[in-house]
Design a binder for this molecule. Structure first.
Ligand SMILES: CCCCCCCCCCCCCCCC(=O)SCCNC(=O)CCNC(=O)[C@H](O)C(C)(C)COP(=O)(O)OP(=O)(O)OC[C@H]1O[C@@H](n2cnc3c(N)ncnc32)[C@H](O)[C@@H]1OP(=O)(O)O
Ligand SMILES: Cc1cc2nc3c(=O)[nH]c(=O)nc-3n(C[C@H](O)[C@H](O)[C@H](O)COP(=O)(O)OP(=O)(O)OC[C@H]3O[C@@H](n4cnc5c(N)ncnc54)[C@H](O)[C@@H]3O)c2cc1C
Length: 703
């Protein structure tokens, strides 16, 4: 193990306490790097100190005490989540000034609270950020008071776009907001129960205000499309519904049950006309409608633009889940022994090639996607600054489009990777992975809706492929370069040359250079772009309309294109980072291995297309890619424990007895089981067995 220099060690020790000795120590000794060096490379001192402050505050507050795996009744869980949310307001971990100084702290706070409990994190951020950002992005100065009221919890917010019968198809939202010139108000109506707002987080029990998306009608009866409005739905003094509002809770979900998702119907609800969030379209007091966006399609895009910030943040949230799950599975696998070369000696299950192949690629994915998520968040901040500064330059517009395209594929890639990873980790921990107290079930179930909310993954991917297909014309006209603010499409300028390339590596050793996977990805994206474009043209000739043509070009074409494109982007960014000369020499070898493993493992899922399109030929490419994956897993297995140590939260936050930092798997699990409520008591219904014996074959009357 390589150790830190003396001065580094001093600052590290304050921020990153030593991990306890125990059954994990052997793996820790075998690591090729110092986990503290890694932790301090991944995040700077200020961020680590900020995380420590959040974690230690929660741990020392009795309100945040919890027993692993305890299933609270719904009402109790909602109440507790609300009380904790209120406490987060009191702690005020992140002031406005601190956010402005270092915006990424917002993401850190979302994730730290999420690591503790996602219901708490989403509750808090739906109010303070999702509601707040929607107002900030699409409103104007006249809405500032509402933002202030949110910050000190005078009011509580939510974002209501989805309706009972429409979610993805936002154009078809049916709630109406009609301007009444006589009173200078909008009147909101839900035409019927199918147009009730539905699924809205915080709306079930707590929200007093909602950003409501509705079709705007002027008094001449013209519809100007989807706009957003601030609507008061409950009285903040009583939490009772406002006149004309029917609001309720949609009930128990598959996860995140501390959060109250709700519905609302509006019956002639009057709001001042100033409550229109007027960035994309405005109405004068006399009722004249104006908009800078003449094209209704562009206007729709602009009013939905605010969703991008949620999607970008979700990428980081799901990577956090992957980090939690993989920490649990790796620590468990390093301490769980099963079978061995001799009857006397059993080996940790992490020593099995099969276990390594199931887990270590997810560890690599956690590192690569984490890096992407943070960098991409900075890109979002740049976009946000432009929005707030009212930047109307072409670059700002292009940045919005590129972030939309990347987030519409980034969220699917990351949320699915976390979802599959959490399930693999659950199974990798065998039966103990299925015990609620070990938390893998909660991680999986709380992660799951990320595949759906802020846009269904499969629907969103179509936005990314649309963006790429829109570039085909410039690609064919050589004098119109493919350019974008973040550079994600620059490589398409070499489209024609890239398509002529073939896989040239002939040994496993050559494949261990990450550039091999990166080159293959460049070819894959170009190939899928060409094939998707051709497929779409063929379908257009065959199908009755463009709608059918597009739908029939998704499977194996546009969908794969969007995923390959985002995988390429993630890999390219991670490659540049791990190969940067400023990356410490002591960490570079392990980081490069992670990069290479993530690249080859992801690429391996496209192997059929690589053969189909002729980039791979013969049995060698497929074989050496697979052998290289196994080789990298074997090389990384002694680093795996230290790699999770560098990203794991403290035990109190991780909250999984099988994965505590001391590695005392059995002692911790046994003690958690014995501390369970009534664990050694006979059941209260014991006489049902002992006295009231059944008469076999004769059910008793229930009366
Ligand atoms: C600092 C931050 C902190 C944040 C802190 C986070 C905390 C995190 C807690 C999260 C907790 C979960 C909270 C769940 C909250 C919900 O789930 S809210 C509800 C979310 N609902 C959705 O996302 C609905 C999904 N559907 C849609 O967004 C859109 O309708 C679709 C599917 C993207 C487009 O549908 P369509 O009718 O086919 O329209 P389409 O013709 O493709 O689009 C029109 C144009 O607009 C453009 N466009 C559409 N959307 C956009 C956009 N967003 N941007 C730019 N352009 C766009 C299109 O690209 C297109 O442009 P052109 O191609 O014409 O140039
Ligand atoms: C936990 C949770 C919290 C939520 N919070 C909020 C919130 O705070 N505010 C809010 O407004 N909404 C919220 N939502 C709603 C969420 O945004 C929607 O569920 C989401 O946008 C998907 O819409 P939908 O449920 O109507 O699915 P649908 O659009 O009905 O999709 C159903 C299925 O059809 C497929 N499909 C649809 N269209 C196509 C197509 N064109 N091509 C191919 N397949 C297609 C989809 O892939 C999906 O599998 C939340 C949802 C959940 C689960």
């Amino acid at each position: 193990m390589i150790t830190a220099s003396k001065s580094d060690a001093v600052s590290q020790d304050g921020l990153l306490p030593d991990l306890p000795n125990g059954p994990l120590s052997e793996y820790r000794r075998k690591a090729s790097f110092n986990w503290k060096d890694m932790a301090m490379f991944l995040e700077d001192e200020d961020i680590i100190a900020f995380k420590n402050k959040i974690f230690s505050t929660l741990e020392s507050d009795p309100l945040f005490y919890r027993q692993p795996g305890v299933d609270l009744p719904l009402e109790k869980y909602r109440e507790l989540t609300f009380l904790r949310c209120k406490k987060i307001f009191e702690y005020n971990f992140l002031t406005f000034e601190a956010t402005m100084e270092k915006p990424q702290k917002m993401l850190v706070l979302i994730n730290c609270l999420g690591m503790y409990d996602w219901s708490l994190s989403t509750k808090y951020f739906l109010d303070t950020q999702v509601f707040g950002v929607a107002i900030g992005n699409t409103g104007s100065e006249r809405h500032e008071t509402i933002l202030h009221q949110t910050q000190n919890m005078e009011i509580f917010g939510c974002l209501a776009l989805t309706e009972l019968s429409h979610g993805s198809n936002t154009k078809a939202i049916r709630t109406t907001a009609r301007f009444d010139a006589s009173t200078k108000e909008f009147i909101l109506n839900s035409p019927d129960f199918e147009a009730a707002k539905f699924w809205v987080g915080n709306m079930g029990k707590t929200a007093t205000h909602a950003v409501v998306y509705a079709q705007l009608y002027t008094s001449d009866g013209r519809c100007h499309g989807l706009h957003s409005f601030v609507v008061q739905i409950r009285n903040p003094k009583t939490l009772l519904p406002m006149p004309g509002v029917m609001v309720g809770d949609i009930g128990r979900k598959l996860g995140q049950n501390g959060l109250d998702n709700g519905f609302a119907m509006f019956h002639n609800v009057r709001i001042p006309y100033e409550n229109l969030l007027n960035r994309t379209g405005d109405i004068s007091s006399s009722g004249n409608y104006t908009s800078a966006y003449k094209d209704p399609k562009q206007r729709l895009g602009a009013s939905l633009g605010t969703l991008s910030s949620g999607r970008v943040s979700i990428i980081s949230m799901v990577v956090t889940n992957l980090k939690l799950a993989i920490t649990i599975a790796i620590r468990f696998s390093a301490t769980r022994r099963q079978f061995g070369p001799t009857e006397k000696e059993e080996i940790p299950v992490l020593e099995y090639q099969l276990q390594q192949w199931r887990l270590i690629p997810y560890l690599a994915a956690a590192y690569a996607l984490d890096y992407f998520s943070v960098g991409f968040f900075f890109n979002l901040i740049e976009l946000q600054i432009g929005i707030l500064m009212k930047d109307r330059s072409p670059r700002q517009a292009e940045l919005g489009k590129e972030i939309h395209a990347l987030s519409c594929a980034g969220k699917p890639l990351a949320s699915w990777t976390a979802q599959h990873g959490a399930q693999e980790c659950r199974e990798a921990c065998g039966g103990h992975g299925f015990l609620a107290m070990n938390r893998l079930g909660d991680i999986r179930n709380d992660n799951d809706p990320n595949c759906t909310y802020e846009g269904d993954n499969n629907v969103l991917l179509q936005q990314t492929s649309n963006y790429l297909l829109g570039l085909v014309q410039s690609i064919h006209e050589d004098n119109a370069p493919c350019e974008s603010p973040l550079g994600s499409i620059h490589f398409l300028n070499d489209y024609k040359t890239i398509l002529k390339r073939k896989f040239t590596a002939s040994t496993i050793r050559e494949c261990l250079d990450c550039a091999v996977a990166l080159d293959a990805y460049k070819w894959l994206v170009c190939y899928l772009l060409r094939e998707s474009h051709d497929k779409l043209q063929q379908e257009k000739q065959r199908a009755a309309n463009d709608f059918d043509a597009r739908n029939n070009s998704q499977v194996y074409y546009c969908r794969s294109l969007a995923l390959a494109f985002i995988e390429h982007t993630v890999l390219q960014r991670y490659y540049d980072y791990t190969h940067d000369p400023s990356t410490p020499g002591s960490l570079q070898p392990v980081l490069k291995k992670l990069c290479c493993l993530y690249g080859l493992w992801s690429l391996n899922k496209h192997i059929a297309v690589l053969y189909q399109g002729g980039y791979f030929a013969g049995e060698l490419p497929g074989r050496i890619v697979q052998d290289a994956i196994l080789d990298l897993c074997a090389q990384l297995k002694d680093d795996a424990v230290s790699l999770v140590d560098a990203i794991a939260p403290p035990d109190f936050i991780l909250n999984s007895p099988i994965a505590k930092a001391d590695g005392e798997l059995y002692k911790n699990l046994w003690s958690a089981v014995l501390q369970g409520e009534k664990v050694l008591e006979r059941p209260s219904w014991w006489p049902e067995f002992c006295c009231n014996k059944p008469v076999i074959g004769k059910p008793r009357s229930q009366l």
